[in-house]
Write a protein that binds this ligand. Structure first.
Ligand code: ZN
Ligand code: ZN
Length: 388
């Protein structure tokens, strides 16, 4: 049976599932309705189904033939704390919750692949379908791993896919190496000495120290890290003071660091500490600096990335696959899976990002036209990696 032609005939069915999930978004580790929808659909297909992996995660096990080989395909299920501004029929029924990153589409594409693989097979081995909770900041992938994912479901490689607005609908981008950066966080607390704003010489002004620090931290990217290494140091919060005529006691800065290599993360942390200590001392203030590692960088392994590119070419043709695309400084917790097993995380174009149809925007929507190529990619990837 022709895969692509058949999937085109499933468009209405897949779209209905996607829009149902879109209308009922759930935040990190609260994906109870979504997980139940996934699990009950898998069970209806006769697929061995495990609930509660990493709290609200679900794993489906599809077996065919006699091979002991196995791979994992992953979709994320969580939504974002955003109030949707779209007014189409399938808009979010819950203010303050929205599928603004397309995880509704990712879940649907993997369900579509589950249907095909369970009914048509065409592979020899085991495909683990990983429906992951809490990608948006809470590390659902790590929770699944800590819950024994790779011991309970031993797999030789693991694969992920994310829609990408601004990239031609249904085209694929496959990176050999880094795809997404790490997402570290820092907090800086400056303690000065409060005073009357008209008598600044009697105090130590933490606002002036904070302003100097924000400036000094810009020198990390330009002067402390090899220019051939990508790095972002963004101060995103600056809190201080409450009155027009009072120099406050404290100021707080916070922000994020993005990089692709652990050596760069180490270097940034070391230099940030030095700048904080030095600048605060220069002004006679005290400082407390905290640096916390977040999601690791997402790094595809070469052999698996090459296989993914080949499969994507087969699905959409060579002109629809970009293997020279730049990585993003965004982050993704699929990185935790890639720390455990080889694999690759690819992007599928969501079409133009017009009208705010960009990730994490209240006007975003997943493009239903890419459901079929997404499902076809998963199916052909499983069949290629686990050949009969
Ligand atoms: Zn997101
Ligand atoms: Zn996402």
């Amino acid at each position: 049976m022709d895969l692509i032609a058949n999937l085109a005939s499933r468009q209405t069915h897949l779209t209905a599932i996607r829009r149902d999930i879109h209308a009922h978004p759930e935040l990190a580790f609260e994906e109870h309705r979504t997980a139940e929808l996934v699990a009950s659909r898998l069970e209806a297909l006769g697929i061995e189904t495990h609930r509660g992996i990493g709290r609200t995660g679900v794993v489906g096990v599809v077996r065919a033939g006699t091979s002991t080989r196995a791979i994992g395909l992953r979709a994320d299920m969580d939504a974002l704390p955003i109030t949707e501004r779209n007014d189409f029929h399938h808009h979010s029924r819950h203010p303050g919750r929205m599928h603004a990153c397309g995880h509704d589409g990712h879940t649907t594409m993997l369900l579509g692949a589950a249907e095909w693989l369970a009914q048509q097979g065409g592979f020899d081995g085991t495909v683990y379908l990983l429906f992951q909770p809490a990608e948006e900041g809470d590390g659902g992938a790590r929770e699944m791993i800590e819950d024994g994912l790779f011991e309970r479901f031993p797999m030789e490689a693991v694969f992920g896919m994310h829609n990408w607005p601004g990239f031609t609908a249904g085209h694929f981008a496959v990176h050999d190496g880094p795809v997404m950066a790490c997402a570290d966080r820092f907090d800086i607390e400056i303690r000065g000495h409060g005073a009357h704003a008209a008598m600044p010489h009697l105090g130590v002004d933490p606002v002036v120290v904070g302003a100097a620090l924000v400036q000094a931290l810009q020198a990390i990217a330009s002067r402390a890290v090899d220019p051939l290494d990508a790095v972002v140091v963004s101060v995103t919060q600056f809190h201080a003071g409450e009155a027009y005529n009072v120099i406050p006691e404290r100021a707080q800065l916070a922000g994020t660091v993005r990089a692709f290599r652990p050596e760069v993360q180490d270097r940034v942390e070391e230099v940030m500490q030095r700048i904080c200590t030095g600048v605060a001392a220069a002004f006679g203030a005290q400082v407390n600096f905290e640096y916390r590692r977040g999601y690791p960088p997402t790094i595809n392994t070469s052999a698996e990335a090459a296989l993914c590119a080949k499969v994507a070419e087969e699905v959409v043709g060579a002109t629809g696959v970009d293997t020279a695309c730049r990585p993003s400084m965004g982050a993704e917790d699929f990185s935790y899976f890639l720390q455990e097993r080889p694999g690759a995380y690819v992007w599928i174009g969501n079409g133009p990002g017009e009208g705010g149809c960009t990730l994490h925007n209240p006007h975003y929507d997943f493009n239903d036209a890419i459901l079929a190529p997404g499902v076809a990619y998963w199916v052909r990837l499983a069949q290629t990696l686990l050949p009969r």
